[in-house]
Design a protein around this ligand. Structure first.
Ligand code: MG
Length: 156
């Protein structure tokens, strides 16, 4: 049996903060304001995985009010979510993702992001990029967003 889940996340950008996407530190003049490392791409994948496994959402399992998740490495949270899904009888089969970001150009980081996500998720991950075309909160560079779809199958 297979099931599919979707995930979406966005964070505000603030100058001087680190920008981490797909577990990769991207050089930029601003980064995500967040309780954890603010990795919207990994957060979207976690939510998609939890959704496919029928396990609710990221806020239930890793609340941003919990001090233990302050500055958390989101890839470590993804590995925990993989364990939760496995305990519920599900293993990831594939993920497709899109990062919505105006600047900087992310293409040079695509392979590193896909590799980091693949290692943590235990399945192939496709990483796509698009911009806000100058409109909306992404276009105005007020924030960055990501969406993901994860397919899981029953563990054999
Ligand atoms: Mg988030």
């Amino acid at each position: 049996m297979t099931r599919t889940g979707i995930g979406w996340d966005s964070h505000r950008l603030e100058s001087g903060l680190p920008l981490v996407l797909g577990g990769v530190r991207v050089e930029h003049d601003s980064g995500a304001a967040a309780h954890s490392d603010g990795d919207v791409l990994v957060h979207a994948v976690i939510d998609a995985l939890l959704g496919a496994a029928g396990l609710g959402d990221i806020g239930q399992h890793f609340p941003d009010t919990d001090p233990q998740f302050a500055g958390a490495d989101s890839l470590a949270l993804l590995r925990e979510a993989v364990t939760m899904a496995a305990d519920a009888g599900w293993v990831a089969d594939y993920a497709d993702t899109t990062v919505v970001c105006e600047r900087p150009k992310l293409g040079p980081h695509r392979a590193a992001m896909a590799a980091a996500l693949r290692e943590a998720l235990g399945a192939d991950v496709n990483v796509k990029f698009t911009t806000g075309e100058g409109i909306g909160f992404v276009g105005r560079e007020e924030g960055v967003a990501a969406m993901a779809v994860v397919t899981v199958r029953t563990r054999s």
